[in-house]
Design a protein around this ligand. Sequence first.
Ligand SMILES: Nc1ncnc2c1ncn2[C@@H]1O[C@H](COP(=O)(O)OP(=O)(O)O)[C@@H](O)[C@H]1O
Ligand SMILES: Cc1ncc(COP(=O)(O)O)c(N)n1
Length: 287
Amino acid sequence: MNRPTVAMTVAGSDSGGGAGLQADLHTFAAFGVHGTTAVTAVTVQNTVGVTGVHEIPPQIVADQIASVVGDLRPTAVKTGMLASAPIIEAIATAFREHGIGRGGTIPLVVDPVCASMHGDPLLRADALAALRDLFALATVVTPNLDEAALLVGTRDQPDAARALLALGAEHALVKGGHGTGPRSRDLLTDGVTSWWLDAERIETGNTHGSGDTLAAAIAARLAGGDTLPDAVAVAKRYVTRAVATSYSVGAGHGPVGHPTADDPAGHPSPVAAAESTSAGAVAGAPS
Ligand SMILES: Nc1ncnc2c1ncn2[C@@H]1O[C@H](COP(=O)(O)OP(=O)(O)O)[C@@H](O)[C@H]1O
Ligand SMILES: Cc1ncc(COP(=O)(O)O)c(N)n1
């Protein structure tokens, strides 16, 4: 019997279905990956904003991780909304115990979610230090420009990336979705090689869940065995299609779409430097 590739998201629930673990599961499904979850918080959320947060007890979050890893054996993990310092600390301990992240065998994508696109907080203000500590386990950390400013004090992509690597992340992917100009450029670096992942900026207010979708797509590809730069190149192409297929629902910001991926996880199609260059990425020294 064929067994599917398995990935796990450690994230919050968005009752509006556009972001959080709902976006992650849509993304995993689009890549043909079986998605599993450890829920950190339940948000009361729609397309207009977040009006409530219920945090899950830290031990229950850790137990979900142990339960899933012990049975379904995910081959990549991503994190999204983590809510509080005690939850982050319980997750970090569970990750170390189960070989998730640097020093282990299971790659880890840390999307350092701090607020919703409406500006509603999704992380307690006193949890920033715990979140920074988690970066030492990350195969890649994927802040947007606002999160980069909050976490490392700069919106300059190369400067932010360097600061994130100094905190222990193996790779930094500083996203440019919140920038200005006709292109939406993300910077990936491991400190030696850097890649600008460049795509057209699509004119739409419906980008709810774009960051979650990018990070989940990276995790889906890592779960299928891609290298990190290959996974990011495929994921960037995917999120551009996701934004292009976004739609209006509700009165506020609609979600990105989740079209079937061109490159399902588990079916390697190496993209590395050569092909990602043709997709708009440029490899070179950090600048
Ligand atoms: N309007 C857009 N057109 C094309 N790509 C976009 C657009 N907005 C965001 N992206 C891309 O979606 C991904 C998520 O970016 P960003 O919006 O910065 O993160 P977040 O959702 O965490 O705030 C990035 O790859 C970014 O370049
Ligand atoms: C539970 C949860 N997780 C993550 C986000 C971030 O998504 P966005 O930046 O698109 O609002 C969110 N709004 N809700």
